[in-house]
Design a protein around this ligand. Structure first.
Ligand SMILES: Nc1ncnc2c1ncn2[C@@H]1O[C@H](COP(=O)(O)OP(=O)(O)OP(=O)(O)O)[C@@H](O)[C@H]1O
Ligand SMILES: [Mg+2]
Length: 224
């Protein structure tokens, strides 16, 4: 059994800006995401972090290169296959995690499971378990507007995990939080690697490096 979950080989991503300016957002990037590890990619604004995350998760296609997931190159898959792949294997966390304002904390966690063929009771059991794991059991019936930023981000994490993904992609997951809250979010994320979930965090904040199993640094679309 391979210990690598996702392997990116010679990934390049070009954007055309305006009429003829070519932006090399990623330039010949190689990266292995091992099973059950927290990998961090840091770099300044515009260095290609979000592009890397979008390409690795199949939200966007690379211009060249391979993205191997269990020996299959997902860069060649069509949108339908990619969307099934994301639904079964991938969780996302973003900086401004948009929780659904008219759903309670518990319902927000449940919501990714609503389209799946699961029993209501199974959905509730899973969501309650995650709510406890992120330490917000007492906020089950609160709406997002009644929660702090850090609490909302914990609900976002629980929501990303409820589908039992094999990998979580997190883009600036602590961007809006103070230092203490950011540290506790990273520790929480790290705790989920114990059950073999892999996590890729991209951030401009180098101080978060200490929570990662491995760190890479992007500059102008290349690892340095
Ligand atoms: N859709 C697009 N069209 C054209 N250029 C783009 C597009 N998306 C990103 N870029 C360019 O690609 C480069 C990398 O952008 P990216 O969003 O990956 O950076 P980032 O490291 O995530 O930055 P930030 O920290 O500000 O979020 C930048 O030069 C950006 O201007
Ligand atoms: Mg970005």
């Amino acid at each position: 059994m391979s210990e690598t979950l996702i392997e990116a080989k010679e990934i390049t991503k070009e954007y055309i800006r305006g009429k003829r300016e070519v932006v090399m957002a990623l330039n010949d990037v190689d990266l292995k995401i091992p099973k059950g590890k927290l990998i961090m990619v840091t770099g300044p604004s515009g260095s290609g972090k979000s592009t890397l995350l979008n390409v690795l998760s199949g939200l966007d296609k690379p211009s060249a290169g391979k993205i191997l997931y269990e020996d299959e190159n997902i860069a060649e898959w069509d949108e339908e296959k990619l969307s099934r792949f994301r639904q079964g294997n991938v969780g996302f966390i973003f900086q401004n995690w948009e929780l659904v304002r008219i759903l309670t904390a518990l319902e927000n966690i449940e919501s990714p499971l609503y389209p799946l063929k699961l029993k209501g009771k199974e959905i509730r059991t899973r969501a309650i378990s995650l709510l406890k794991q992120v330490g917000l059991w007492d906020k089950a019936d609160n709406y997002p507007d009644e929660l702090s930023g850090g609490e909302q981000q914990r609900i976002g994490i629980a929501r990303a995990l409820v589908g039992k993904p094999r990998i979580i992609f997190a883009d600036e997951p602590t961007g809006n939080l103070d230092v203490d809250n950011a540290a506790s979010i990273l520790r929480l994320l790290k705790s989920f690697t114990k059950r073999d979930t892999s996590i890729l965090v991209v951030t401009h904040n180098e101080e978060l490096n200490k929570y990662a199993d491995q760190t890479y640094r992007l500059s102008n679309g290349r690892f340095v």
